[in-house]
Structure formats: structure tokens, C-alpha cells
Design a protein around this ligand. Sequence first.
Ligand code: GMT
Length: 375
Amino acid sequence: MRIGITCYPTYGGSGIVATELGMELAARGHDIHFISYAPPIRLNYSNDRIHFHEVEVGTYPLFDHQPYTLSLAVKMAEVASAAQLDLLHVHYAIPHSVSALLARQMAVPRRLPFITTLHGTDITLVGRDRSYLPVTRFAIEQSDGITSVSEYLRRATVETFGIAQPIEVITNFVNCDEYQRVADPARRAEWAPNGEPILMHLSNFRPVKRVTDVVEIFALVREKMAAKLVMVGEGPDRGAAEWLATKKGVGKDVLFLGKQDRIYEMLAQADVFLLPSELESFGLAALEAMACEVPVIATNVGGVPEVVTHGVDGYLVPVGDLAEAARYAIEILSTPGRAREMGQKARASARKRYCSNDIIPRYEAYYRGVLERSS
Ligand code: GMT
């Protein structure tokens, strides 16, 4: 198939899922055309079936805000025609599904079906904003196919938007060959020179991630035992987290690495992964940690309970319950063999349900169904 994929190219779960999906599809022989304003962060061009088309947004003094939605629609229609795309697959409804809807109409008489994959905040936060809700609902309803990354998000979409069309749950996935526990003693020694256990967090440091909670939890752990915290990622709340680490007196035990490539190499060195988010429709970073045999302590929100099984491969706590999260971290880290045992169960669970080898064929089958229905 020839597939156009649109996503946010920046540091965020939806862009990462879209990029990994495109690369996996290319490896399976499909031609993939990414259409966005910049190359997605995890994209590599090792396969010549991968193409990138930049959306250029013209500037004009009249515009305070450039109309990206329109430029994207035009580029989608152009690429669809030039590359003879079979379908468009947009990740994150706002505004991508609106652009795809316009592109489909511009492509007439060619049929250009589009699929919208819902990722989370496009429904749970941004999509609820009344300045976006009606147009987002309209574009989702007009989609030729709708998927969501968790059962929770499917339900939330039906409740918030009253969507009547079927929504297929195709979960997020991880490449189980890349994401493995490969020890890197040199890196561990660099982060934890005295053999301290390593707690880790990975996100885009947006308010919804509650990264200051990560630091608070770590400070409680540090009251009881030696440990290090490795913070991977970048975003608006990084400064607040750094300041809090210093204020709590644990600054020298917290490393902020910023954006990183090959994050599986880092996750594989962690002993506990912390994800105390306000909300997660899925929690991709938790899954990536699990595949690397890292037990996860996360908040009991959204789709996270579909991924992490409390007491088996991690622990779930109420949002803001820092003491409970710290208690679980201390239990895991101070009980001999506990981190390894839970970590192995975490990987087993990830392998059983979320390996890309099993999930990508579900997307392929879904595409085929949409094409059959649209012909
Ligand atoms: O988490 C973010 O802030 C980014 C956001 C996105 O759309 O880029 O992530 C959402 O999509 C991810 C991939 O499907 C999910 O794993 C995240 O749980 C979801 N984030 C939220 O629901 C807050």
C-alpha cells in the first residue's frame, strides 16, 4: 500500500507512535509518505520506502497565526496525487483530521480515504475545548476509519463526542527486539558510581506529566536509601523540576539528560520507572520501560491500568499520592530480587500484548478493510 502519514513531529507520544508505525510498515514493504512541517523526531531514512514531505506555511503580515491546517491539506492532496496514495492516516485529531477531510474533498474524483487515530489529549484536553470540539467531532465523524490507542480512550471519545461510528482499538506497541534489557555497565557507573539503584522518568515534561511529582517521590525515596533519578526528555516543566530537586536537597542525585535518541539504551539501565501523570490515555513510555524489564510506578488513570498490572509488573497509585508511590519504590528497590522479578513480568506482559510484530498487522488489516469499504 501507499500510505500518507501525518503527525506532530515534536516530542510526544502520538508522533512517536506514528513514526514507529511508518517505519515498521516500510519494513513490511509499504511506501510511506510522512507529511508534516518537520521530519518526525524518531524518523530515520534507512529504508528507501520512507519519504518525507515538508508542509511549508506561507507567511503574510495579515496573519497573526499562520493557517497551517490549510497548507497541510494542500500538501496532503498534492502528495496523494503525485505518489498515488491509497489512503491518509492522521495521528492526533486536531487539526490533522480536518486537513485530511479537506484533502479528501480536493482529491475528487479520486477516492482518498483517511483514518484518524486518537491519541489522548486530542480528546481528553484539547478536544474538549469548545473552540475545537464541534470541528474535531465533525472531522472524526467524517473519517473513513477511526482508531484509538486504548479501550479507555475509545470510551472517552464516545462519552465526550457522542461518536456513533465504530472506533477500533489498536493499542500502542513497542519493537520488542530493540527494547530489551541490555546491560551497559559503563553508563550505569556514570549515572550511579556507587552502585545506587536508578529511578527513571521519560516524557515531554508537559504539565499533564506532573514532573515535579517525580522529583517529590524521589526525594521521599532518598530519605530512606541511596538512589539516583534520571530524567529523560524536555519540555515546559523542566525548569520547575530542576529547581525543586535543588530545593529538596537532592539536586546532585538527579540527572536531567534532555532529549535523547535510542532511549531503549537508557531505559534498560533503570530499576524503577515513574509515571505520575494527571492523565494518560495509554502511557507509551511505561510500555517502553516494561519491554526493557523495568517495573513501573504510575498513576491509576486513563488507559494506564490496561498496560500496568498492579502488584504484578508495577504499582498504580492515585494522582498526587506521592507517599504511596515512594513506599512502592522503596519496597521494590530494597527487597532483593523484587525489581528483577517484576521487571521480567513486565517484559512478558509487553511481549504478550504489545509487540509491533503483532500490532502492525492489525493496522494493515484495518487499512485493507477501509479500502474495501471505500472502493
Ligand atoms: O502525552 C503527551 O503529552 C503527548 C501525547 C501525544 O498525543 O503526543 O500523548 C498521548 O499519546 C500517547 C501515544 O498514543 C499516549 O501514550 C499518551 O498516554 C497520550 N497522553 C495523554 O493522554 C496525556
